[in-house]
Ligand binder design. Structure first.
Ligand code: HEM
Length: 379
C-alpha cells in the first residue's frame, strides 16, 4: 500500500476547501447534462434512426441536429471540475493518469473523430433532403461507439485515482526497469464496472428528460402527435434508465464498495445522502408518469428538467463524498493548509457567471428561433 501523504507537506490550497468541493461537484453536474446526452442519447438516436417509428426518427434527427452544440457545451463544462481536480487532487490524479497514460491521452485522439462524426451526421441531416448518405450514418454510429469508449476510459481514470491500493501492483505489471509504460487499466477494480454502468443509467434518464424539454420548449413546430409521443416514450425510456441505475447502483454499493466505505456512508447525514441518491430518480419519473398521455406543457417540462438536474447534482455530491472517503487513507484533501488567493477566485467567479450568462442567452435565442423554424429533422 502507498504510504499516506502528509497534507502539511503539500503546497497550500489557493481556495477554501468548501469552494473547491462545491465548484467541482457543480462543474461535474453541468458536465453530466450534455455528457449524458452524447453518452446514451447518441446511441439511442442511431438505433431510433435505424429501426424507430416515424416519431422516433424525428426525435433522432432533432437530437443529432443539436448534438454539435451539446458536445461543445459538455467539453467546456468538463474543464471546471478538471481545474479543481488539479488544484486539490493533483497528487492522486497525476499518479493515476501516469499509470494509464496512453489510454488517458487516447481520450483526445478518440474525441476528435467522434466530434467530426457528429458534425458529419448533423450536416447531412441539414443538407441531404433525400435521406442520409451511408458514410454519414456510419460516422454517426462511429461517434456513438467512440463516446462510449471515452466514457469507459474516463471511468477508468477517475476510479484509478481513488484505487490507491492497486497502484503498486499496476506499476509492477506495467513497467520496464522501473519506468511505467502507461498501459494500465483499472478494470480489476470491483467498483469500476458498476460505476461505469451507473453513469449509463443516469444518461438514459437525462436523455428521457431532454426529450420532454425539447418537445415542450424547442419543438413547437412539430405536430401534436409527435409531442404526445415524446411524453409517453420519455416515460418508458426513463423507466428503463431508472431500472438500469437501480441495478448498477445496488451492485456498486452492496457488491463492490469496501465494508468501511459502506459503513461511513450508512452513518448520519451521509446515510440520508445515500438514500436521497437512490430515490432521487423517483421525482422526474413521477412527473413524467403524470404527463405521459398528453403533449408536455412548458411548466411540466421545466419541472422535469429541474428534477433530473437534481438527480445529477445529488449523484455528483455523493460521488464527491465517496471520492474523498476512498482517498482519505492516502490523501486527506480536507487537511491541506489553505492560503486563499482572492483575486484568482474573483476572476474565476466572474468568468464562470459570464459563461453561464452567455449559455443562458444562447438557449433563449434557441427557444425564440424554435417558434419560427419548420419541423426540420432530416428524416
Ligand atoms: C475533453 C473534454 C472533457 C473534459 C475536460 C472532461 C472532464 C471530466 C472531469 C473533470 C470528470 C471528473 C469530475 C470529478 O471527478 O469531479 C469527468 C468525469 C466523467 N466524464 Fe468527462 N470530460 C470530458 C469529456 C468527456 C467525454 C467525451 C465523455 C464521454 C462519454 C466523458 C465522460 C465522463 C464520465 C463517464 C465521467 C465520470 C467517470 C467516473 O467517475 O466514473 N467526459 N469528466
Amino acid at each position: 500500500m502507498m504510504p499516506p501523504i502528509d497534507p502539511h507537506g503539500l503546497s497550500a490550497m489557493p481556495a477554501p476547501y468548501w469552494f473547491v468541493q462545491f465548484f467541482k461537484a457543480l462543474g461535474f453536474t453541468l458536465h453530466m447534462v450534455p455528457m449524458n446526452l452524447w453518452y446514451a442519447g447518441l446511441l439511442l438516436a442511431m438505433v431510433l434512426h435505424l429501426c424507430g417509428s416515424e416519431h422516433g426518427r424525428r426525435f433522432s434527427g432533432r437530437l443529432m441536429t443539436q448534438m454539435p452544440v451539446l458536445v461543445a457545451l459538455g467539453i467546456n463544462f468538463g474543464i471546471v471540475p478538471l481545474l479543481f481536480v488539479q488544484v486539490a487532487y493533483y497528487k492522486a490524479f497525476y499518479s493515476a493518469t501516469i499509470l494509464t497514460a496512453w489510454f488517458w491521452l487516447a481520450i483526445v485522439g478518440l474525441l476528435i473523430p467522434a466530434y467530426y462524426g457528429v458534425y458529419a451526421y448533423a450536416l447531412g441531416l441539414r443538407n441531404e433532403q433525400a435521406g442520409l448518405a451511408s458514410w454519414r450514418k456510419a460516422a454517426g454510429w462511429g461517434a456513438a461507439m467512440l463516446f462510449i469508449l471515452i466514457g469507459f476510459l474516463f471511468a477508468n481514470g477517475w476510479s484509478l485515482m481513488t484505487n490507491v491500493g492497486a497502484w503498486s501492483r499496476l506499476w509492477e505489471n506495467h513497467s520496464v526497469g522501473g519506468a511505467t509504460l502507461g498501459t494500465a487499466l483499472n478494470v480489476a477494480d470491483r467498483t469500476f464496472w458498476p460505476r461505469w454502468l451507473l453513469m449509463f443509467g443516469l444518461a438514459l434518464m437525462t436523455t428521457a428528460a431532454w426529450l420532454v424539454v425539447d418537445a415542450a420548449w424547442f419543438a413547437r413546430k412539430e405536430n401534436e402527435t409527435y409531442r404526445q409521443w415524446a411524453s409517453s416514450f420519455a416515460w418508458k425510456l426513463h423507466t428503463a434508465g431508472a431500472i438500469w441505475f437501480a441495478a448498477a447502483g445496488s451492485w456498486y454499493v452492496f457488491g463492490a464498495w469496501q465494508a468501511g466505505l459502506r459503513a461511513s456512508m450508512s452513518t448520519g447525514w451521509l446515510h440520508v445522502l445515500m438514500i436521497a441518491t437512490a430515490l432521487a430518480p423517483g421525482l422526474p419519473w413521477i412527473l413524467m408518469a403524470l404527463g405521459r398521455k398528453q403533449a408536455p406543457r412548458r411548466a411540466t417540462a421545466l419541472g422535469i428538467a429541474l428534477a433530473q438536474l437534481g438527480v445529477l447534482a445529488v449523484n455528483a455530491t455523493s460521488r464527491q463524498v465517496v471520492q474523498n472517503l476512498e482517498l482519505k487513507a492516502y490523501l486527506d484533501v480536507a487537511a491541506i493548509r489553505e492560503e486563499v488567493q482572492v483575486s484568482p477566485l474573483i476572476l474565476f467567479l466572474a468568468v464562470f457567471v459570464a459563461g453561464l450568462g452567455v449559455i443562458g442567452w444562447v438557449i433563449a435565442q434557441a427557444v425564440k428561433a424554435s417558434a419560427t423554424e419548420p419541423g426540420q429533422s432530416g428524416v
